[in-house]
Design a protein around this ligand. Structure first.
Ligand code: SF4
Ligand code: SF4
Length: 328
């Protein structure tokens, strides 16, 4: 298992084409947030604090399709909020799949079983299930009992019905390497295709400011975690170089244009984590954002960020343009 060969080949071909065309900045993953409303209130979530009138707004099917056509990224992550609350989410996903985008539908899984009949299994579609820990921890993080078990049941149901399934875990400062390892063992035993992992980002508006990892704590946590994982069969939904970066073994600059974000306000500058306003079009985002102002040492909000939306594209480009490093 792991990321299907066709997806890897398609992404590799896309990157080579962009490089041959001489493009300096290009995206790998488009993030679409079709709404901010959610049916959970997780600790640390920066998306659900908007007022009701904003939570009631949604991107249309056409908005999402236009964004995916304007932005050439081969992968589209559909997030939110909870995207399964969008009444037209299955149409949005199907249109993206029809356009041969590799879609990751990020969900907390509460509605997935009821909506499953609206989706068709496809090599272009993966359900990306939010799980931040084993049962007690996950239910505490999302503020509701029983959510972990429903997520696990949903993973089994999706796999049984032929869907691709990945998971999405955020690690916070009070997480131990042992507990995180136990979670990854469990998710691996369920047969998920790959696991996405992120150190919690300190959103300025997040209610729980104490519980975020700084860079030093992030690298120590991931070093210990990957030491435990050396003999395991964990499959992460990340490049090897990005995992090295999390463990402090590589040093990268942020390349936020690698993961542009389209939501109900427009194209968010510079990334989905921090908000310095919106561009009306993808072209405007790429051409007028002051990219040089962001990253470690340039913007104080970036000081502790090691999240994949800023650094996975950097790591992938490093691997593609320096293949001998992979061999080593
Ligand atoms: S499920 Fe996702 S969007 Fe909903 S509250 Fe939790 S982190 Fe936020
Ligand atoms: S370092 Fe993180 S927060 Fe800053 S621009 Fe990059 S991705 Fe966004």
């Amino acid at each position: 298992m792991g990321i299907p060969a066709v997806q890897k080949a398609s992404i590799g071909f896309y990157i080579m084409r962009q490089l041959l065309l001489g493009h300096q900045r290009f995206p790998l993953v488009l993030m679409i947030e079709p709404l901010f409303r959610c049916n959970l209130r997780c600790r640390g979530c920066g998306k659900i604090a908007y007022p009701e009138e904003i939570l009631n707004r949604r991107l249309s099917v056409e908005d999402c399709l236009r964004a995916a056509k304007a932005c050439p990224a081969p992968v589209v992550s559909v997030a939110g909020g909870e995207p399964l609350l969008h009444p037209e989410i299955s149409h949005i996903v199907q249109k993206l799949v029809d356009n041969q985008k590799f879609v990751y539908l990020c969900t907390n899984a509460l509605l997935a079983a009821d909506k499953l009949h609206e989706f068709q299994p496809s090599r272009y579609l993966a359900f990306n299930i939010h799980i931040d820990g084993l049962e007690k921890r996950h239910d505490t993080m999302v503020g509701r009992g029983g959510v972990f078990q429903r997520a696990v049941n949903t993973i089994r149901l999706l796999i049984d019905n032929g869907f691709r399934v990945t998971t999405n875990t955020t690690l916070y400062a009070d997480e131990t390497p042992e507990n995180a390892a136990a979670l990854f063992d469990f998710l691996t035993s369920l047969g998920v295709e790959g696991m996405t992992v992120a150190p919690g980002f300190c959103y300025p508006d997040a209610p729980d400011q104490e519980n975020f990892l700084d860079r030093k704590k992030t690298t120590i946590l991931f070093q210990k975690l990957f030491n435990i994982g050396r003999t395991k069969k964990w499959r992460f939904n990340h490049s090897r170089f990005y995992l090295d970066f999390l463990a402090g073994r590589r040093h990268y600059e942020c390349t936020p244009w690698g993961n542009p974000t389209r939501n109900i306000f427009g194209w968010q500058r510079p990334c989905y984590l921090i908000n310095d306003g919106y561009a009306a079009t993808y072209k405007e985002l790429m051409n007028t954002t002051q990219w040089h102002r962001y990253g470690l040492g340039r913007d104080p909000r970036c000081i502790n960020c090691m999240v994949h939306c800023g650094f996975e594209a950097t790591a992938v480009m490093d691997a593609v343009t320096h293949p001998w490093k992979m061999v080593m």
